[in-house]
Write a protein that binds this ligand. Structure first.
Ligand SMILES: Cc1cc2nc3c(=O)[nH]c(=O)nc-3n(C[C@H](O)[C@H](O)[C@H](O)COP(=O)(O)OP(=O)(O)OC[C@H]3O[C@@H](n4cnc5c(N)ncnc54)[C@H](O)[C@@H]3O)c2cc1C
Length: 405
């Protein structure tokens, strides 16, 4: 590796900051330019719907690295928006007018919330949650709210509903599917989360979408597709995110629900890599491209992309992992289940202490521990095994998880 090479990293959040760290740890001694358009040092987002939103932790605690890390590791942290990448000329054009030349690049531009498109979506009081600023704005709004409506009971919507409820707000949670988290967990396990929210006083409106928001300048009520009208002076939109692929598309890279990369996280343009929420990566275990919108994926893909962009050739084959905390329920999920995979349970759904396994003819595709701890490595081994598990042993709490496969 020669010192005159430049690695440009586009997007300075978890995946981007970890890409810079990974390149330096691998011994890269060229120039690293880490460019992000948020006016803050790289930070992690999970606390923004949890402790930071509830005002229990200041946002500074979510920083990816300590102050001083970037200077100590000779990483140029540039605050600007990247307008364009030119793979032929090997340049990046910044909105502020500067041009950065690169030898290799990592695109880590993440994802952004999908906007509501119903009438009234532009009213004041309709809020999204992605950044620290969003979280602090939402915190203030929830404190002043008479009633909070959360649209969408995916992970973000469910966590915001829980936090708003813990902050003392009246909360209604609207979801067109039959249960919260239905798309990932299915009806049986999604039902556990429905009961969890109900037990804490959140009003659920399931099986119905949103037709319209009403108000003069500020939202005052929401109208559901089934005709019901719910008062709400704060509306939080959690209807999913879309990968920020504009730079890649305009540069001619292959994009298909994310920047398409191989198992080395390299895109269709040699020397340009992608990591985190924006990357649709070939996964050797699943034998297809998957795009994962979770913290651990950004945390681990970032360094792999940074290392590979500076000369190594490591395949990224970690199983997807994520976690969520809602009220007193903590959970972790390993793997990637398809919608029609069957589910079996070890433990008790009613007391919310269990491990759920999704499987296809006994081959476990994903597992989730709920209020059961220190089992993730065993679950990883079960999900990662290339053979079917005995379902009776899988669900028998007397058989240690380490002996199931
Ligand atoms: C509120 C919230 C709670 C979450 N909770 C959990 C959780 O409990 N568990 C879990 O597993 N995951 C959780 N996640 C998901 C997790 O935070 C994401 O998977 C992770 O942030 C992805 O990191 P990333 O670096 O790939 O992208 P991002 O975090 O989206 O960062 C991309 C960065 O690139 C910048 N950028 C984009 N385009 C440009 C451009 N053209 N020029 C310059 N900069 C640009 C963006 O401004 C941003 O700073 C949560 C997410 C949110 C929003």
């Amino acid at each position: 590796m020669s010192t005159d090479r430049t690695l440009a990293i586009l997007g300075a959040s978890l995946a981007g900051a970890k890409a810079a760290e990974g390149a330096r740890q691998a011994g890269f001694d060229g120039r690293i330019v880490l460019i992000g358009d948020e006016d803050t040092a790289p930070y992690e987002r999970p606390p923004l719907s949890k402790a930071v939103l509830r005002g229990e932790e200041p946002p500074e605690t979510t920083r990816v690295h300590d102050d001083g890390f970037y200077a100590e590791h000779d990483i140029d942290l540039v605050t600007d928006h990247v307008d364009r990448v030119d793979p032929e000329r090997r340049t990046v054009q910044l909105a502020g007018g500067d041009e950065v030349r690169f030898d290799s690049a990592v695109i880590a531009t993440g994802a952004e919330p999908r906007p509501l498109t119903v009438p009234g979506a532009e009213l004041d009081g309709v809020l999204y949650l992605r950044s620290v600023g969003d979280s602090l704005r939402l915190q203030a709004a929830i404190r002043d709210a008479s009633r909070v409506a959360v649209i969408g009971a995916g992970w973000i919507g469910s966590e915001v509903a829980a936090s708003a409820c813990q902050m003392g707000a009246d909360v209604v949670l609207v979801e067109p599917a039959p249960t919260p988290l239905y798309g990932v967990l299915g009806e049986t396990i999604g039902g556990v989360f429905a009961q969890l929210h109900t037990d804490h006083g959140v009003e659920l409106r399931l099986g119905t979408g949103l037709r319209e928001l009403r108000g003069t300048t500020t939202v005052s009520e929401i109208v559901l597709e089934d005709g019901r009208v719910e008062p709400a002076d704060v509306v939080v939109v959690g209807v999913g995110v879309t990968p920020r692929t504009e730079l890649a598309s305009s540069a001619g890279l292959v994009v298909d629900n994310g920047i398409v990369v191989d198992q080395y996280l390299e895109s269709s343009s040699a020397g340009i890599y992608a990591a985190g929420d924006v990357a649709s990566a070939w996964h050797p275990h699943y034998g297809r491209h998957i795009r994962v919108e979770h913290w651990a994926n950004a945390l681990n893909q970032g360094p792999t992309a940074g290392r590979n962009a500076t000369g190594q050739r490591d395949a990224y084959d970690r199983l997807p992992y994520f976690f969520s905390d809602q009220y007193d329920l903590g959970m972790e999920y390993v793997g990637y289940a398809a919608k029609d995979d069957a589910v079996v349970v070890r433990g008790d759904l009613k007391t919310r202490e269990f491990v759920a396994f999704w499987h296809r003819d006994g081959n476990v595709t994903a597992a989730m521990n709920v209020n059961v701890w220190d089992v993730v490595e065993e679950l990883r081994a079960i999900v990662g095994a290339d053979r079917a598990a005995d379902l009776d042993r899988l669900t028998d709490p007397d058989v240690p998880l380490a002996e199931v496969i």
